[in-house]
Write a protein that binds this ligand. Structure first.
Ligand SMILES: Cc1cc2nc3c(=O)[nH]c(=O)nc-3n(C[C@H](O)[C@H](O)[C@H](O)COP(=O)(O)OP(=O)(O)OC[C@H]3O[C@@H](n4cnc5c(N)ncnc54)[C@H](O)[C@@H]3O)c2cc1C
Ligand code: SF4
Length: 327
């Protein structure tokens, strides 16, 4: 690990001012940052500890939505009664991630900003366009079983690793940010970037911007929701495939659906094509399979991960069946 200066800040403005110094990075739970620093993948000159900021509240809003502070721990969010009752998809996604110890440390802001688990990214002996722009991609011609099949480019096929973010993509969360120019909001769909020609650019947060909280909009029918994660072992493992499903069903017909997929996209993947099939259709196996076919219609498999195309379809069908039943 490279030497760095540690600064502990007490308020948001001090955090923002401190991060304007070149080579600065925030640290929250440290569960991703410290690993990256120990491997010299990230070498910040200055680390700004934001854990003293008062961003730990979970607040029910008058409009029925929920405001979640950026420092709320993943476990606290998962077990909050309003989240468990109104948005089970989010609670289930959080509880499927990592291990209890990690969830007790991991923050909402840090989870949004966590970096890919592509093994070539974590090993400086290999080329990686995300780590060293223009150096090449070890995974495309190499071992790519865990890599992405949606949103890939010729430069990078790294999977976005978060479970929480898949639920938030389905819920259409709004990210609130404080920066030198004041406060702003970023719709969830615009927060993470596709790799394209610039895989080292992963999100829409600028230097000097701090995530302060995430807002979950009111969705009256989100109590009927579910997160299903398929992985190599039952705990402490990232997703091979996952599906977040929210359905508004009346008299056996799907009035509205929110679908997002994980483990297969270069960003948390909102499956608009599946939603188009589901909205207005009868809730049955035929509809669910058609939605899954649409969701994966643009998937591109690589040497070791083509199996994910069918696995992702089955994951979505299972999640839809659990959530919507069969009429
Ligand atoms: C062994 C292991 C297994 C895991 N398994 C899973 C899994 O199955 N599913 C899953 O979803 N995740 C998993 N994770 C990832 C874990 O969820 C993340 O490491 C965690 O959410 C990051 O949160 P943190 O608070 O520790 O972030 P940190 O490590 O402190 O920071 C991560 C990044 O976020 C930035 N940051 C933090 N807070 C803010 C803020 N408020 N504003 C702007 N930037 C900020 C930091 O600068 C840094 O770049 C796993 C991690 C480990 C180590
Ligand atoms: S897939 Fe992306 S993160 Fe992985 S080696 Fe290629 S460029 Fe690096």
């Amino acid at each position: 690990m490279e030497p760095f200066k540690l600064i502990r800040v007490q308020d948001g403005q001090s955090a923002i001012n401190a991060t304007l110094t070149a080579g600065s990075k925030f640290i929250a739970g440290g569960t991703n940052m410290l690993d990256l620093m120990k491997l010299n993948i990230e070498t910040p000159k200055q680390v700004i500890d934001i854990n003293k900021l008062s961003l730990y509240q979970i607040e029910e809003l008058p409009n029925g939505g929920i405001k979640i502070g950026a420092l709320v721990k993943n476990s606290d969010l998962a077990y909050h009664p309003a989240i468990a009752k109104k948005y089970p998809v989010l609670s289930e996604a959080l509880l499927s991630g990592a291990s209890p110890q990690l969830r007790n440390m991991a923050s909402v802001g840090g989870n949004l900003m966590q970096r890919t688990r592509c093994p070539y990214f974590y090993n400086a002996d290999f080329v990686c366009n995300k780590r060293v722009p223009g150096s090449g991609c070890g995974a495309i011609a190499g071992y790519n079983r865990n890599n992405a099949i949606l949103g890939t480019s010729a430069q990078c096929i790294a999977t976005h690793p978060s479970d929480m973010c898949v639920a938030m993509a389905a819920l259409g969360a709004i990210i609130h940010v404080q920066g030198v120019k004041g406060v702003k909001t970023i719709p969830f769909s615009e927060f993470h970037l596709l790799p394209g020609q610039t895989p080292h650019l992963e999100h829409n947060l600028r230097q000097g911007e701090l995530i302060t909280h995430v807002e979950i909009p009111p969705i009256a029918y989100a109590a009927r929701s579910h997160y299903l994660k398929v992985r190599d072992r039952a705990s402490y493992e990232f997703a091979l495939t996952s599906a977040a499903v929210i359905l508004d069903i009346q008299n056996g017909r799907i009035l509205k659906s929110h679908i997002a997929l994980g483990g297969i996209g270069t960003k948390p993947w909102r499956a608009d094509l599946a939603e188009k099939v589901l909205n207005g259709a009868i809730a049955n196996q035929q509809t669910y399979r058609a939605a899954a076919e649409a969701a994966l219609s643009q998937a591109k498999g690589y040497k070791d991960n083509s199996f994910k195309i069918e696995l992702a379809k089955r994951t979505l069908v299972r999640a839809l069946t659990t959530t919507g039943g069969i009429s």
